[in-house]
Write a protein that binds this ligand. Sequence first.
Ligand SMILES: Nc1ncnc2c1ncn2[C@@H]1O[C@H](COP(=O)(O)OP(=O)(O)O)[C@@H](O)[C@H]1O
Ligand SMILES: [Mg+2]
Length: 370
Amino acid sequence: MRKVDKSAAVIEAIKNFDFKGTLVDFRPFGNGHINDTYMVRFRYDGKIRKYIMQRINSTVFKNPEGVMSNILGVTAFLREEVIKNGGDPERETINIINTKDKKGFHIDGYGDVWRAMVYVVDAISLDLPEDNNDFYQSAVAFGNFQRQLAAYPAETLFETIPNFHNTPVRYENFLKSLEKNASGRADNALPEIEFVKARKEFTEILENAYKEGKLPKRVTHNDTKMNNVMLDKDTREPVCVVDLDTIMPGYSVNDFGDSIRFGASTAAEDERDLDKVHFDISLFETYTRGFLKGCGGILTEEEIMLLPEGAKMMTLECGMRFLTDYIDGDVYFKTHSEDHNLVRCRTQFKLVEEMEAQWDEMKRIVAKYK
Ligand SMILES: Nc1ncnc2c1ncn2[C@@H]1O[C@H](COP(=O)(O)OP(=O)(O)O)[C@@H](O)[C@H]1O
Ligand SMILES: [Mg+2]
C-alpha cells in the first residue's frame, strides 16, 4: 500500500472542481464498500452547500472514463425527465459537478479518479430495510429508474464490466475453473457442482429470450441494494437512486432479481446454518408490487413474466460465482475462512431450490401486478 496523506489528497482533488464559494470542511461519509466517499461543505452566498466527493475504486472499475461517460449521459437524461415531470432536478437525480476544465472527473497525481456531485438533501440511505415499507419503497425507486430511462438508448452505454450478467459465459468460466481445479478443492464441492450442471439449460433462458426478441436491453443499475436508494427522511418515499458506477445495457429482470436475491432471503449471504436460510415469498410479492408500480407500465408483458427467471438467475449466478471462486482458490471475493465461498454458494443454492419449489406461486404473483 502506498502511503498517502488522505486529507491532502482530498484537498488537492477538491481544487480541480468547479465548486462555488469557499471550502468549509469535509469528512468521510456513508457506508459504501467500493469507493472512498466524502461529504464536502462550501459556503456560498451566505449559505452552506453540501457536495459528495468520491475517489473511484480503480481495481473494480478498470475503465473509469467509460464509467463516467455512462453516468454523465444517464444523469443528464434523468435531469430532463425530472424537470418534465415538475420534480426537483437537484434532488431527484445525481448531479455531477464538472471540473474547472469542464470534464466529469479528475485524475490526480497518483492516477486516482475523482468525481463530485450535489449532495441529496433531507434524504437517508439504509443498509437494511427497517420494515416492509422501506423494502417496498426501494423497489419503487428502482422501478422509477426503469421508467425514467425507458427511452434512453441503452446500446450507447459502455459495457464497463464485459459480460457482467451473461450467465452462460459465467457457466463456461465455471467449467474452465473446474477443469483446472487450481485449489484442488473441487472434490469438497461435488453436490454443489452437480447442482450447477443440472441447471445449465436454465442459465441460457434470458440470453435466448433476448435473441428471440422477447427481452429488451435496457439501462440497468446492476447494484440494486437498499443502500443505493435515497429515501426522504420524513416520508420515507424514494427520492432517487445513487451509485451509478455499474450502469450498463442489461435486462430489467436482472436488476429486479438481484434485489430479490439479497432482500427476500431470511438470512445473511454467509449463514452456515441452512435451516435459517429461506426465500421469503411475501417479500418477493412486496418487492414485485413496488417495482411494477415504479415501472409504471413500461415493461412488456413478456418481460414481467420473466421476473421470476431474473430472481432465480441472479441467485444461481451468484452462487455459481462463489463456487467458481472456491475452486479457483479464493482469488476474487474476500474470504474470512477456508470454506467461506462454499458456505456462500450453499445459501444461494438453498434459495434457488426454494424458488423452484414455489415457481408457480412466483409466476402467479408477477401476473397479478402486471
Ligand atoms: N449525492 C449523494 N447525496 C447524498 N448521499 C450520497 C450521495 N451519493 C452517495 N451518497 C451516500 O454515500 C453512500 C456511498 O456512496 P456510493 O456511491 O453508494 O458508493 P459505493 O460504491 O462505495 O457504495 C451511499 O450509500 C449514500 O448513503
Ligand atoms: Mg453504494
